[in-house]
Design a protein around this ligand. Structure first.
Ligand code: GLN
Length: 197
């Protein structure tokens, strides 16, 4: 059976996720409804505008389906995606899905004009640290995270990528930089980066 990764296409930067999945040899499909989600083996919640995404998820009845889907399937959220996966956001207009025991601050890395590529360190299996440069665009800061959450990447000692069970949330945009590690970690069982529980 071919693995198909769904990319949420309500708003935001979904196109580059399809491109990156293709590059690592995985099929993807567009998710705009609960029915699309049923065809998916994993889900990407892309960056965009978390306020808008929050409204659209409600409008298209996707909230509950995503919450249920995330109980047993891999989900990767980038930037606004991370905000939506959290439990608590410092903006009442966003209704997060609560997939992670996590508290975030929207736009805490600065406004659009402060967008830049920043150095981060990816921690692979306790021993290997990989230096990467990835793009932060009005990126969220992780203010609090629960006990079972593992830090996968750091910037200046602050978590910028966190993981638990089969859920991964990133403050930044690896799809913009063509960084494959995080997508492989979640969806490519043949990769040395693939997560093991
Ligand atoms: N900070 C933005 C928001 O709150 C997210 C920015 C992004 O996804 N690049 O939605």
């Amino acid at each position: 059976m071919v693995i198909k990764i769904g990319v949420l296409e309500l708003q935001g930067g979904y196109a580059l996720h399809h491109k990156l999945l293709k590059k690592i040899g995985l099929s993807s499909l567009s998710v705009k409804s609960s029915n699309d989600l049923k065809q998916s083996d994993g889900l990407i919640i892309p960056g965009g505008e978390s306020t808008t995404l929050s409204l659209l998820m409600k409008k298209y009845n996707l909230r509950e389906s995503i919450i249920q889907f995330a109980k047993h399937n891999p989900v990767l959220g980038t930037c606004a995606g991370l905000i939506l996966m959290s439990k608590d956001v410092d903006d009442a207009r966003v209704e997060p899905l609560g997939l992670f025991d996590l508290s975030v601050s929207r736009n805490a890395y600065g406004s659009q004009i402060h967008s830049s590529k920043k150095r981060i360190y990816f921690q692979h299996k306790q021993t290997e640290q990989i230096e990467l440069y990835s793009t932060f665009i009005r990126a969220p800061k992780i203010k609090y995270f629960g006990e079972n959450i593992k830090i996968v990447a750091k910037r200046k000692n602050f978590p910028v990528a966190i993981f638990t069970k089969h859920l991964l949330g990133l403050s930044f945009h690896p799809e913009i930089d063509g960084i494959e590690i995080f997508h492989k970690m979640m969806f490519d069982k043949t990769s040395k980066f693939y997560y093991e529980n």
